[in-house]
Design a protein around this ligand. Structure first.
Ligand SMILES: Nc1nc2c(ncn2[C@@H]2O[C@H](COP(=O)(O)OP(=O)(O)O)[C@@H](O)[C@H]2O)c(=O)[nH]1
Ligand SMILES: [Mg+2]
Length: 318
């Protein structure tokens, strides 16, 4: 497909064209990536979408949760959902991608939903960046609700928060140990904390855990509370069963409450501007770093002459 074919396909919401464009965006071949960037640029900024990040340790039930909240939201005919998952582990096994697909059975066959596991293109740091481009392409294709699934441990998790409007952390009942596995920083980033698997014997425990987290959040310093101007959002802790579809309506209630607040006082736009600034700086960094390769011989020569590294750097950059 040519660039123009891809553009007209995406404009019509054709998922085949969308998938092709995302593959180009993920490509390590710069020429392909450039075409994807031109396509995104053609559609311009999309400010209307609702971008939701869903993070949590493997097995917490993120995919099952996404299936439940996705199906619930799609009852509203104006909604179109794109699910993007960032899972470095699925790269190795393929297993969890297949697992995710089966866990999102209804969603993956729904005509107003699009599901795509993100590929790292071999580099961990590139994951979130590729996902961001995939997200922008989905928005160009008319998907107004973006659900980004990511494993909130290890590298790059802070970058996930640079992609989304609302950050959701999915945890399990009895989470004392889990709390240690999850970095405190992630908890502080969460706008909504979901204690999932609140069913059967675990239901009572889930409610207790929710209370614990709620208290832990109150003990945390100011950053647990997003405060700008007079408005305040205290992170909400809720319990859900994704399998029995309980508490899913409460999730959307809180999510829309948050969205309303962030729209009313312009947080959403400010937040997205901050995020764009972050990605712009990162892009500058990436380009400079890639250029550094051209100077390697010059650096080595300078060092051989006994030059001070700082002075070599100045000579190259300034
Ligand atoms: N009992 C119960 N099990 C769940 C629930 N949500 C997910 N699971 C199970 O937990 C396991 C991991 O789920 P998955 O969605 O793949 O987790 P992910 O790795 O976080 O995406 C699967 O066996 C699910 O069936 C829930 O609400 N209740
Ligand atoms: Mg999953």
């Amino acid at each position: 497909m040519t660039k123009d074919q891809l553009i007209s396909g995406i404009a019509k919401g054709d998922s085949r064209a969308l998938s092709k464009a995302i593959t180009m965006a993920e490509s390590t071949v710069q020429a392909k990536k450039d075409i994807a960037l031109e396509i995104i640029d053609h559609f311009g900024p999309q400010q209307e979408s609702f971008r939701i990040g869903i993070t949590g340790t493997p097995g917490a039930g993120k995919s099952t949760f996404i299936e439940a909240i996705g199906i619930e939201l799609l009852k509203d005919k104006s909604k179109k959902i794109a699910v993007l998952s960032i899972d470095p582990s699925s790269e190795k096994t393929q297993g969890s991608i297949l697992g995710d697909k089966t866990r999102m059975n209804k969603l993956s066959s729904h005509n107003r939903a699009y599901i795509r596991p993100s590929s790292s293109g071999g580099q961990l740091g590139g994951l979130a960046k590729n996902t961001r481009l995939a997200m922008l392409l989905c928005e160009a294709a008319g998907y107004n609700t973006l659900l980004i699934e990511s494993v909130g441990v290890g590298q790059g998790e802070t970058e996930i928060s640079k992609l989304t409007d609302l950050f959701t952390l999915v945890l399990n009942p009895g989470g004392g140990d889990e709390l240690q596995g999850i970095k405190r920083g992630i908890m502080e980033m969460a706008d909504i904390i979901v204690i999932n698997k609140a069913d059967g014997d675990a239901e009572k425990q889930a409610r207790l855990t929710a209370k614990e987290y709620s208290m832990a959040l109150h003990l945390m310093p100011d950053n647990a509370v997003t405060a700008r101007g007079d408005e305040v959002w205290i992170p909400k802790v809720i319990t859900t069963s994704s399998i029995e579809v309980k508490g899913i309506d409460v999730f959307w209630e809180k999510a829309f409450e948050y969205q309303k607040l962030t729209l009313a006082n312009n947080w959403k736009i400010e937040n997205r501007m901050d995020q764009m600034l972050y990605w712009a700086k990162k892009s500058v960094q990436d380009i400079l770093l890639s250029k550094l390769k051209n100077y390697e011989t010059e650096i080595v020569k300078g060092l051989a002459k006994g030059k001070l590294p700082e002075l070599i750097a100045k000579e190259i950059v300034l």
